[in-house]
Write a protein that binds this ligand. Structure first.
Ligand code: SF4
Length: 298
């Protein structure tokens, strides 16, 4: 049974979170709940305390310190709100918001890919208010050289796929799970995906697409946080909400996600283009789009 949070404590907590935010701290992590009987550890920033909950249930007057501790089950919900608060969320202009995310990324050294030969970070490109977003795996050599996702041969095929849908590349937003080129175009490691993808999640929350298309297994598995084969993943929509962040638009609470083959795979096995086209047609139907007459993804 959750306790109602005392308004004074709510105010104090909000002030504390604002204080951290002003110092540039936006992520809060809750320490694991103690298994000790009747104890509720709290974690707000660096604080952690445990007190007996029996005292309150017996109706005994609480000290302010104890009151803070026993209110934690409700405070926890408020901290979840704080987890979702990112610097770009105070900005309504999506171009500006994406710039803030890019600045936050900086000259990123958060995973090993920063020291494995990348020329530059490949952030993402396209319409910052796109209804449709494509997410690939990671930059290849051409993308690394040009600083833009999907500009090599696979990019040309993606452009054709987009055109076949009756729209232009500039109308969609395109990004990757990892923003630095894995050496030798190897598949990014799970750790690298986990480290880099929070920035992608923030980009998605800014763009607020109606549909995200995951290109290939790495993108699909990372976005959906599930392990399955492409055969299992394709052919249906998933309800998707970017993990760890929420949009500043109360009317956007996630979108649909579809999975299709990565264009690089389609270059290796063109027989699967028909299957990819089926996936795109499913997306078009969802978005109310009709393909131009005579166009296909070949
Ligand atoms: S792949 Fe992502 S997390 Fe890793 S160094 Fe590049 S930008 Fe940073």
């Amino acid at each position: 049974m959750p306790h109602v949070l005392d308004p004074e404590l709510r105010h104090a907590l909000a002030a504390r979170i604002r204080y951290y935010n002003e110092m540039g701290i936006y992520d809060f992590y809750r320490r694991p709940v103690s298994s000790g009987v009747g104890e509720v550890p709290i974690a707000v920033g660096e604080e952690e305390t445990a007190v007996s909950t029996n005292q309150t249930e017996s109706g005994e007057a609480m000290s302010p310190r104890k009151a803070t501790a026993v209110a934690m089950p409700v405070v926890e919900e408020n901290i979840c709100e704080a987890i979702a608060l990112k610097p770009e969320q105070s900005v309504s202009d999506p171009v500006q918001a994406l710039k803030i995310i890019r600045e936050d990324l900086g000259d990123c050294t958060r995973c090993v890919l920063h020291k494995q030969g990348r020329k530059q970070i490949v952030f993402g490109v396209g319409n910052p208010t796109a209804e449709l977003m494509f997410v690939g795996e990671g930059p290849g050599a051409d993308e690394d050289a040009q600083g833009e996702p999907f500009v090599g041969r696979a990019g040309q095929l993606l452009n054709n796929m987009i055109k076949a849908m009756g729209i232009e590349r500039e109308q969609v937003y395109i990004a990757n799970i990892v923003k630095c080129r894995p050496p030798g175009n190897r598949t990014p490691e799970r750790e690298e995906c986990a480290t880099c993808s929070p920035f992608l999640m923030r980009q998605i929350a800014v763009v607020k697409p109606k549909v995200v298309v995951a290109l290939g297994a790495v993108a699909a598995k990372t976005l959906l946080a599930m392990n399955a084969s492409m055969m299992q993943l394709r052919g249906r929509f998933y309800d998707f909400r970017p993990a760890g962040v929420r949009s500043n638009d109360p009317n956007w609470d996630g979108c649909k996600l579809a999975v299709t083959y990565h264009p690089a795979f389609l270059l290796r096995d063109p027989r699967q283009k028909g299957e990819a086209w089926k996936d795109l047609q499913m997306v078009m139907k969802e978005l109310g789009m009709k393909p131009p007459v005579g166009k296909n993804a070949q």
